[in-house]
Design a protein around this ligand. Structure first.
Ligand code: SF4
Length: 200
């Protein structure tokens, strides 16, 4: 069966492509991630996938286009507060359309390997897209393969990003880092106080 694999990035594509090939699928990858900003980062992830695909033995369709930040924010503003669901919908609906247009019988996504993604929301929007375009959506929970994808991407020397893709996820990561930094400082100053003679 021919399967079009939506690829969010090269590291996640490694183990997911292997998984589907082990089930005898004929897998082709497709990079379509207009959620990624700034644009240089989106292009960087696209380039890393194109460069790494031959080593993975993964044929690719030409990558899909990006989206202006204003247009992407408009999509999110209509999501009723379910930002990630809308973002999955944008990417998986287009993947289903590409799959149908190019004669694939099924599609899936490398998002399914990430422990940071909402698998049930992916399952919902993927199934809706599948029904709309008359192709199958393959939706295994592959999160236990995440360590394998980290190891494979290290072996292949692939760039691994440190935020999901949108500017919100970049800000949230920055916030988590500063919280950890403040916690560390507080822990250190508390133990310094504990060591003062007055505290003994
Ligand atoms: S956190 Fe990731 S999945 Fe959620 S909206 Fe941002 S880019 Fe999309």
């Amino acid at each position: 069966m021919k399967l079009l694999l939506h690829c969010c990035c090269a590291p996640c594509a490694t183990a997911v492509a292997d998984y589907f090939r082990s089930l005898q699928y004929d897998v082709t990858g497709w990079f379509f991630n207009p959620n990624i900003h700034p644009e240089e980062e989106r292009l960087r992830r696209e380039r890393v996938l194109s460069a790494g695909a031959p080593q993975m033995g993964l044929p690719l369709l030409p990558a899909g286009p990006g989206m202006s930040l204003a247009d992407f924010l408009l999509v999110l503003s209509q999501s009723g507060g379910r930002r990630c669901r809308a973002c999955y919908g944008l990417r998986l609906t287009e993947t289903a359309r590409q799959a149908a247009k190019n004669g694939f019988e099924a599609f899936s996504s490398t998002l399914l390997i990430s422990p940071y993604q909402d698998v049930s929301a992916i399952a919902e929007v993927g199934s809706e897209a599948a029904e709309r375009f008359g192709v199958q959506f393959q939706c295994p929970d592959l999160r236990d393969k995440y360590p394998e994808s980290c190891e494979r991407s290290r072996q292949l020397g692939l760039y691994r990003q440190n935020y999901c893709g949108c500017l919100f996820s970049q800000l949230e990561r920055g916030e988590r880092r500063s919280n950890r930094f403040v916690d560390k400082l507080l822990t250190r100053s508390c133990s310094d106080v504990d060591r003062t003679p007055a505290a003994r």
